[in-house]
Write a protein that binds this ligand. Structure first.
Ligand code: GLN
Length: 484
């Protein structure tokens, strides 16, 4: 048999049920992998005692026939989710010794369903970034790296690297502008950003509240469906979570895509898009076509404004959300002669460079005199971007695009480090989805000529994750991608 850590969640659940192995054995296998994989720097905190205790309980529940949906499945948790009694830092020095007295709704649901916590996973500080280089615990290494160390993507880079290297059965991520999908693409795993409002944001440290969504990151499409089944659902503690029934997302896996209309947006093939990514995109469309889907050309004309709009709205909301880390209400205090010195000292010492940059941009676009010129205009264009999708979904049922215009790049890549705009440009294919609040998945479709994973994105109508899962499953079956 393969190693236990090679099993998908679906396979592990079957093995546990049939007593092929115990939850304790499964958990120990993952703990071993975590030890072997420490050089990847994916975990910022390991919680083996908690995982083993949960495994013991899981084994009892299997023995007594009372196993729950995810009984005995060991997960890694992005360090943006508050976990009761377990240090949660957002990978920021400003809050690096915070032990939450409460649990986020999403992790509570996972643990109530029998999943366990192996530890907390690294990320870009407060989820700002696309390479995981902005973590106060140092960069995470992409397990696909060969001679040079590559980034795992971000901001959920620890989650993607851990799933990829078999250091957890699945992980939680959050996605404000691509932070589930882009690292999934860079690490050759599958990630799903649900519709805005599908999962509760309660207990997840806020970056940009109108864009943030939690979602699953897993070894394959089915595992993401299994995890989302549990994570999703209305929560009275989050007024933006939506009172809508959560279907069983695994039901659509294996259903045919005959007659399904697949939209290909012209604007997602900019000049200079690499030939490899372009070809992978064609290959994905050809697979769906061979299964009877219809390919339709669509247009999302406001795509060119998506990045500027996102990089106004996200920092604006972030600057407001992060105001609470002032050394009085939250955050490690650095004393000062006056209250304003205390604020300045606290925030200067606690926040990293990128977070400071976003706060500066955010307060600027919200300031009197510039508010109308930037923020109000950005909100208007956001509506136009939403309308683009509305129009497009009159012609198609799901949209197919690449996840990222690039594959995993080197840690410390100069062109990125010296000019933040270059880093922001990588988000071109993902941010529109958050601005419109839509569900979207990234899954691996193949390898580049230098042996790195290429990710494809499927975007659905609001609350139609099912079509995304259905089409994603068909793609996955035929793409023949070999997991690391
Ligand atoms: N890379 C994007 C940013 O830096 C997206 C981050 C995210 O989705 N959390 O804002």
């Amino acid at each position: 048999m393969n190693e236990l850590t090679d099993l998908t969640i679906a396979e592990a659940l079957a093995g546990l049920k049939n007593k092929k192995f115990s939850a304790t054995e499964l958990t120990k296998a993952y703990l071993n992998k975590m030890e072997e994989g420490r050089r990847f720097n994916a975990y910022v905190l390991e919680t083996p005692e908690i995982a083993l205790k949960a495994a013991e309980k899981a084994d009892k529940n299997y023995a007594s026939g009372t196993a729950r949906l995810l009984e005995g499945i060991p997960l890694g948790i992005k360090d943006l989710f508050c976990t009761k009694g377990i240090r949660t830092t957002a990978c920021s020095h400003i809050i690096d010794n915070f032990i939450p007295p409460y649990e986020s709704t999403v992790t509570q649901r996972l643990f109530d369903a029998g999943a366990s916590c192996l530890g907390k996973l690294s990320m870009d500080e407060f989820a700002m970034g696309g390479s995981n280089e902005n973590s106060c615990f140092g960069p995470v290494i992409n397990p696909w790296s060969k001679d040079k160390n590559l980034v795992p993507g971000g901001s959920s880079g620890g989650s993607a690297a851990a799933v990829c290297a078999g250091m957890c059965a699945g992980a939680t991520g959050t996605d404000t502008g691509g932070s589930i999908r882009q690292p999934a693409a860079f690490c050759g795993i599958t990630g799903m950003k649900p519709t805005y409002g599908r999962c509760s944001r309660y207990g997840i440290m806020a970056f940009a509240s109108s864009l943030d969504q939690a979602g699953p990151m897993g070894k394959d499409v089915r595992d993401c469906a299994l995890l989302l089944n549990v994570m999703a659902g209305y929560d009275e503690k989050d007024s933006t979570s939506v009172r809508k029934e959560v279907p069983d997302f695994t039901k659509v896996l294996g259903q045919n895509v005959q007659g399904l209309k697949i939209g290909i947006p012209a604007e997602y093939r900019p000049d200079g898009l690499s030939k490899e990514i372009s070809e992978a995109w064609d290959k994905a469309a050809a697979i769906l076509k061979a299964h009877g889907a219809e390919i339709v050309n669509i247009s999302l004309p406001h795509t060119k404004y998506a990045l500027p709009v996102y990089y106004i709205i996200a920092p604006a909301e972030a600057s407001s959300n992060l105001a609470r880390y002032d050394g009085v209400r939250y955050g490690n205090r650095v004393e000062g002669a006056s209250i304003s010195d205390l604020y300045v000292n606290t925030r200067s010492a606690g926040f990293g460079k990128e977070v400071k940059r976003r706060i500066m941009v955010g307060t600027y676009v919200l300031s009197a005199g510039y508010y109308d010129a930037y923020y109000v205009k950005a909100q208007k264009v956001r509506r136009l971007i939403q309308n683009d999708f509305k129009e497009a979904f009159k012609l198609c049922d799901v949209i197919l695009t690449p996840t990222s215009p690039v594959t995993a790049f080197q840690i410390g890549d100069k062109s990125m480090a010296e000019n933040p705009i270059n880093m922001y440009l990588n988000d071109i294919f993902t941010v529109s989805v958050n601005l419109a609040g839509l569900p979207a998945m990234s899954l691996p479709i193949g390898l580049s000529s230098d042996g790195l994973p290429l990710g494809m994105q499927l975007i659905g109508r609001a609350f139609d994750e099912e079509t995304v899962f259905k089409a994603g499953y068909v793609l996955e079956q035929d793409a023949g991608f070999k997991r690391k």
